[in-house]
Design a protein around this ligand. Structure first.
Ligand code: SF4
Length: 475
């Protein structure tokens, strides 16, 4: 197979003034610099930005098929040592609604997933110091024994950082330690690592919003080790809070740099890589950060001056929090337009990442659908269950027919994929899930796959202390 030349950089070009440069970006022949990425994000007219991102998406994924996956988010515990200010999900161990799911409950959830044709679980939790390493290893082995066909996409980098802290494995560096733990989890059944906890990589922002959460260096190193071990991962970004626009581009740039590194270091030996990038706006309900005032509504706010996050942010991530007195105290929430701009920029910037996911879960089904014309090729999961962003006020739930209809109405053939983005079923015939539906009103009138109200403790959650009785019988 011919090797494609690496895309070239043209830092002197203004991407808004040179359509031939944007044509080269679409073709994968030119690469955006951080300055050019910021120029697109801030200044390119929305429809133009969407058009270029759509064309880049079509270059990679073709004109016809857009995908989704049937999986289930399983949040095995809400006990967490971190106190991220944007989080409404976490609990302290002593809280009345703190929970850790029993193995029986976890396995039942997977059984329900398999019954509707699901292919993977996305399993993440809070960082619970009461769970020993054996709890995770035995759980993975049991899942593999009972459901060998199910892909286990689990444990985001912040969890790995805490695994290293909790279990203190041998090794001189974080990289060595996490490699030891990740190798054991992989042997027990872990197949890939989700990109949770990416938030914003720039230290000034990260240290303000992610109290007790891992550094960007640790997050990126964890993923680098996953790639070394042959596992694919995703990268995520949560924006629309205290960060500046340059922080978003810096975040994309770090993903692109570490992806370059992983491909150079590991692809010849079958290594993994970031398969997807998914970004979404901060959801403010029930969160400490959500109580911060919108920029312009606080005493002394002067809208003729830059937003504090923009005053602090640098494209190399070097901004310092002392640059603006209101940094971290004012938010700039992102609506649909800002979401689409950010997603489209990510498609154009991340020339080495295969998939861009549309976040209908946070933006709602129809903005998510429009996202398919703003650079996204994938609608993510049917979301049988979601407990984290839904704790912060997001309640969008879809089933397979609705998800397929959204994709078809956007002008594409819906197709179910697996974690590797291989197509499992292309719905091009009359038996497609959406085409079988005659009465859509019934589908719209009730919530789909929604779990119990957030304030309720799951009925079968186990006490927080792990005992031999809460471990599964050895296979
Ligand atoms: S976002 Fe994750 S790491 Fe942060 S407090 Fe919530 S559960 Fe813990």
């Amino acid at each position: 197979m011919p090797v494609r030349p690496a895309p070239s950089l043209h830092p002197a070009v203004d991407p808004l003034a040179d359509a031939s440069f944007m044509e080269a970006v679409v073709a994968g022949a030119a690469r955006l610099t951080p300055e050019q990425g910021l120029r697109l994000l801030r200044d390119m007219p929305l429809a133009d930005l969407g058009m270029w991102a759509d064309r880049r998406c079509r270059e990679i994924h073709g004109d016809h098929v857009r995908t989704y996956v049937i999986d289930r988010n399983i949040n095995y515990t809400n006990v967490c040592t971190a106190k991220c200010t944007f989080c409404a999900f976490r609990r302290d161990a002593g809280d009345s609604d703190a929970y850790t799911l029993s193995y029986d409950t976890l396995l039942k959830k997977i059984e329900e997933l398999v019954a509707i044709g699901g292919t993977q679980i996305l399993m993440q939790g809070g960082m619970n110091p009461e769970l020993p390493l054996g709890w995770y290893l035995d759980l993975l082995r049991e899942i593999k024994r009972r459901f060998p066909q199910v892909h286990v996409h689990a444990f985001s980098p912040p969890e790995f950082v805490e695994f290293v802290n909790f279990f203190d494995p041998p090794g001189a560096t974080y990289e060595e330690k996490v490699r030891g733990i990740m190798t054991q989890l992989k042997e027990a059944g872990l197949a890939s690592v989700p990109g949770g906890g990416g938030e914003i990589f720039a230290p000034a922002v990260r240290s303000k919003i992610g109290l007790g959460k891992c550094t960007a260096e640790a997050w990126l190193t964890t993923m680098y080790v996953a790639h070394e071990l042959g596992m694919n991962t995703s990268s995520t970004m949560m924006f629309g809070h205290i960060e500046g626009h340059a922080d978003r581009v810096h975040h994309m740039d770090m993903t692109r740099r570490w992806q370059d590194r992983a491909i150079a270091d590991f692809s010849a030996q079958g290594g993994g890589r970031y398969k997807a990038f998914i970004s979404w706006p901060f959801q403010r309900e029930n969160t400490p950060l959500g109580r911060a005032k919108e920029w312009g509504q606080g005493p002394g706010d002067d809208l003729s001056q830059p937003f504090p996050g923009d005053a602090v942010a640098n494209l190399d991530g070097s901004g310092t929090k002392d640059t603006h007195p209101e940094f971290g105290r004012r938010v700039r929430m992102a609506g649909a337009t800002e979401y689409l701009r950010t997603q489209a920029t990510s498609r154009l910037y991340l020339d080495n990442v295969h998939s861009i996911g549309s976040s209908w879960v946070t933006m709602g089904p129809h903005v998510g659908q429009v996202g398919l014309r703003f650079g996204a090729n994938d609608m993510g999961s049917v979301m049988m269950e979601e407990n984290v962003v839904s704790s912060a006020g997001t309640v969008h739930c879809l089933n397979e027919p609705l998800l397929c209809r959204l994709i078809r109405d956007a002008g594409f053939l819906p197709a179910q994929r697996n974690n590797a983005y291989d197509l499992l079923k292309v719905h091009d015939g009359p038996d497609s899930p959406d085409l079988r539906v005659k009465d859509w009103s019934e589908f719209r009138s009730k919530p789909m796959h929604q779990e119990a109200p957030r304030a309720q403790k799951p009925a079968d959650a186990v006490p927080l202390t792990v005992t031999a009785a809460s471990m599964p019988a050895k296979a």
